[in-house]
Design a protein around this ligand. Structure first.
Ligand SMILES: [Zn+2]
Length: 266
């Protein structure tokens, strides 16, 4: 299964995963299309901390809420720091009081709370337990991936709600693909340390002498190690660096660019 572009006339286009968890949850991913930002933020930049005009970001967030049919105040976002901390949203009070906390992953059993991660090349990991009705999303760049932030989500889900990883449906968002994701010695060393014996599957040398990181394969391994069935892991093949016609890419733009939103809601 792959994320599909939903584009109706005059409406903001976005990607979604058809029938995620038999339709019990919606896994969504915005593109860079359809917004009001200009220049390198053109056009649907959803990140305030990018250098873009705040008014434009506010307008873009409003357009996104409308298109996804989610109320503005139901988006739950955190202060992402490339860490492995999981924030749990346990009550309606939490929905308002915990917004903006330092974390890179979120878990909730609540309905109508849109767990949201901003990214441009980093991967979003979506997790849905259709039996316990719990959702989680993780922001997983190379740092989050070697720190196994997605596995931390599963652990919290299991501890608090009795979720079993083998029941969970998961998806990996569009991200920097192996085709383009060249990494240095520091990343290679971290990958080798985090995946001893398996790192040969996660690092590949392309035509040049430089290593490329397979972030989707790494996150898939993290999920499988935690007990998720391989057939319940949906991996997007879309590369954000190759497809800068539809995605923002931090690497592709040398750092000055917008952010997409990965959203999971039940
Ligand atoms: Zn690529």
């Amino acid at each position: 299964m792959e994320f599909v572009l939903k584009q109706q006339q005059e409406e903001l286009p976005y990607l979604y995963l058809p029938l995620f968890g038999d339709g019990g949850a919606r896994a969504l991913f915005t593109t860079r299309l359809g917004g009001v930002s200009r220049g390198c933020y053109s056009s649907l930049n959803l990140g305030y901390h990018t250098g873009d005009q705040p008014d434009a970001v506010t307008a873009n967030r409003r357009l996104t809420a409308q298109a996804l049919d989610i109320k503005d105040d139901r988006f739950f976002t955190v202060n992402q720091v490339h860490g492995d901390r999981v924030l749990v949203i346990e009550s309606e009070t939490d929905v308002f009081s915990k917004k903006g906390s330092r974390a890179d992953a979120m878990v909730t059993h609540l309905q109508d709370v849109a767990l949201t991660i901003f990214c441009a090349d980093c991967q979003a990991v979506y997790i849905y337990d259709p039996l316990q009705r719990v959702i989680a999303i993780a922001h997983s760049g190379w740092r989050g991936t070697v720190a196994r932030v997605a596995a931390n989500c599963l652990q919290v889900m299991s501890h608090l709600y009795g979720s079993r990883p083998r029941d969970c449906r998961t998806a990996l968002s569009p991200a920097a693909g192996c085709c383009c994701y060249e990494v240095g010695e520091n990343v290679c060393a971290a990958v080798k340390e985090a995946f001893p014996g398996l790192w040969q599957r996660l690092l590949a040398k392309k035509d040049t002498d430089r290593w490329h990181f397979k972030i989707s394969q790494a996150n898939s391994l993290v999920l499988q190690d935690a007990g998720v069935r391989k057939e319940n892991i949906c991996i997007s093949k879309l590369c954000t660096i190759c497809r800068q016609d539809i995605f923002f890419s931090h690497r592709g733009s040398k750092g000055t660019t917008g952010r997409m939103a990965a959203v999971l809601i039940q």
